[in-house]
Design a protein around this ligand. Structure first.
Ligand SMILES: [Fe+2]
Ligand SMILES: [Fe+2]
Length: 252
């Protein structure tokens, strides 16, 4: 049994959907796939993509990303209601958002959002970041409250000492996973990349490896005993920062 990781499939793009469809129907039947969020803005497309993937793997583990909670085309609903719908769809097609344990290996999903622990958003970001228009939260919830809401749903029960733990989230658990080469003008996005409290959960779980998505910048970096991995598929034009293949993360 191998464990593969991918995130940010964004199957709203036809080229990305074709890639999902082209995945082998025989090569991965004994394997696990972590899908770390941002499958689609549309619930129907999300269902199609996860169902297509689930037929190709022994087990698919998933957490939603910000795009999966967009409600831009439906002004009658909220992103909390969309989260509930995503959970129902995921459950129905046999994909899991719960901890997976098998033969000394534990894979733990961590829900989250951004909480501005990586910086306060500038006016430029408030004006340009699509989530501020495409997500709809109850009026009493600001982004940091949304992050706290999702983090509180996470199962952070510690595992047995000899378990090998892999954690995964859509959002970044720390900002120093971003490479040095990111230009200053792109760093305006850092406040909406993740939440430092997620890393507390990663470490409480004694994770050896944490898979994250969202930044679309492929990366493997070792910090204080944890290997952080980003294997985002990304948008079709992102060929330099995303490698566009499944990454085997266990055994390494
Ligand atoms: Fe994404
Ligand atoms: Fe994202």
């Amino acid at each position: 049994m191998r464990v593969f990781a991918i995130s940010d499939l964004h199957v709203d793009y036809a080229a990305n959907a074709r890639w999902v469809e082209s995945l082998s129907t025989s090569q991965y039947l004994d394997d696990i796939l972590i899908v770390a969020g941002d499958v689609s803005n549309s619930l129907q497309q999300l269902e199609w993509a996860l169902k297509t993937i689930a037929a190709r793997f022994k087990k698919v583990l998933f957490v939603p990303g910000n795009h999966d909670l967009w409600v831009v085309n439906d002004d009658r609903t909220t992103s909390l209601a969309k989260f509930a719908q995503v959970c129902t769809v995921v459950e129905k097609i046999g994909v899991s958002m719960r901890r997976f344990c098998h033969n000394g290996l534990s894979i733990v999903p961590l829900l989250g959002w951004y909480d501005y622990s990586f910086g306060q958003p500038s006016q430029e970001l408030l004006d340009s970041w699509m989530d501020y228009r495409a997500c709809r939260w109850p009026s009493y919830l600001e982004a940091p409250d949304v992050a706290a809401h999702f983090e509180a749903l996470n199962d952070v029960t510690e595992v047995a000492r000899n378990e090998h733990v892999i954690t995964f989230s859509h959002f970044l658990p720390r900002i120093d996973v971003m490479p040095e080469y990111i230009p200053e003008q792109k760093r305006v996005m850092y406040p909406v990349l993740g939440a430092a409290r997620l890393d507390k959960q990663v470490r409480k779980l004694k994770s050896k490896m944490h898979v994250y998505g969202h930044s679309h910048v492929n990366r493997r970096v070792h910090i204080d005993g944890v290997t952080y991995v980003n294997n985002a598929f990304g948008y079709p034009h992102e060929i330099r920062i995303a490698s566009k293949h499944l990454l085997c993360i266990y055994p390494m």
